[in-house]
Design a protein around this ligand. Structure first.
Ligand SMILES: [Fe+2]
Ligand SMILES: [Fe+2]
Length: 349
């Protein structure tokens, strides 16, 4: 059999000779399959507000949400290859009906007050800077009984869930859930860092742990970290964790809040996790593989895996606050997490 006939024959049997496959198959390091990317708040916000003219939650769609669909990831509508960032808006009097799905979700509240999210019968208030958890397959709905538009960022692992073959969605039997447990109960029980409640096995929240992380607690933790434990690559940074397990806030999604002081510049590093940043406060720039991404409040920036990056707060007076979601828990659990500092900066101190 000639070489050519051999290759044709094996391929007809859906076998591929490893020695003919290019380096993409077993590449020396993660391939760059999508670029860093940025969405400006000035592009997003008016379009999110205008969505009120085009849909009402519960009528022709469950949620008034704009998904950040990366132009290199059009097949999945992913923001990174594993995660979605989306911006949700709800108006006074509106209700986003109850449903559940296997993709897990976090909410980071941007503006507005008087809205609440109910997860498995536990109602949680939403205020600017608060961080809320919706575990996999937990019933959830949102309602707004306050004034003005309520805006929050959703973070979900939809691309990962779909790729793993685990996607399920189910509407609730009624429009909205009844409150079946005391409101804010997870915050009351788990809201004190370092003092661990010994709750009974049958204590019920959707994840058996804390589900709403109030801004004041995050703020306080950040300030404490700034005084004593700066991270060279991220400034003052805190991670949202599950206070019962000590593990990540959700099995496939990590979340952080970081603070950069005026003019603070971090060192350069890279890691195999992908990260989507949301600029909560301030303005600055992030250098991703030598390209500068200038950001200001409300922008979203994606750092794909294994891209060198560093952050700089450009203001000489204002602190910058960056909220971020990442897929580090997945990479840690699979033994695929790696992180390294830029070698040329290692001795630069
Ligand atoms: Fe949902
Ligand atoms: Fe990083």
């Amino acid at each position: 059999m000639s070489q050519e006939d051999y290759y044709q024959d094996v391929r007809e049997h859906h076998l591929e000779p490893l020695w003919t496959i290019g380096d993409w198959f077993l590449s020396n390091e993660p391939l760059r399959v999508y670029r860093p990317y940025q969405w400006h708040w000035s592009d997003v916000y008016p379009r999110l507000m205008a969505a009120a003219d085009h849909m009402v939650p519960g009528q022709g769609g469950a949620r008034r949400v704009l998904v950040y669909a990366h132009p290199d990831l059009t097949q999945t509508l992913g923001t990174t290859h594993t995660l979605n960032v989306a911006m949700q808006m709800i108006l006074p009097g509106e209700e986003a009906p109850a449903h559940r799905h296997t993709p897990l979700a976090i909410r980071f509240i941007i503006t507005g007050q008087g809205a609440s999210t109910t997860v498995n019968g536990e109602r949680m208030a939403m205020g600017s800077g608060d961080f809320l958890v919706t575990p996999r397959w937990a019933w959830h709905d949102h309602r707004h009984e306050g004034e003005g538009p309520m805006v929050w960022m959703d973070g979900l692992d939809i691309p990962l869930t779909r790729w793993m073959g685990g996607m399920f969605v189910e509407p609730y039997s009624a429009s909205m859930q009844e409150e079946s447990v005391p409101s804010q109960q997870s915050a009351k029980v788990f809201g004190t860092a370092g003092i661990y409640p010994k709750v009974s096995e049958d204590f019920k929240t959707a994840n058996g742990s804390l589900m709403v992380y109030p801004w004041e607690a995050t703020r306080k933790a950040l300030e404490a970290v700034r005084e004593v434990a700066l991270n060279p690559f991220d400034g003052a940074i805190v991670e949202y964790r599950n206070p019962r397990s000590g593990g990540p806030v959700l099995p496939s999604l990590g979340a952080t809040m970081q603070s950069l002081q005026p003019r603070e510049t971090t060192k350069t590093h890279r890691h195999t996790s992908s990260v989507a940043y949301y600029v909560f406060r301030g303005e600055g720039c992030t250098d991703i593989d030598g390209q500068m991404y200038d950001w200001s409040q409300g922008d979203v920036i994606v750092i794909p895996p294994w891209h060198w990056h560093r952050h700089r707060n450009m203001s000489s007076t204002q602190e910058a606050l960056l909220f971020a979601i990442n897929d580090e828990p997945v990479m840690q659990n699979l033994g695929l997490y790696r992180e390294e500092g830029l070698p040329s900066e290692r001795d630069a101190d």
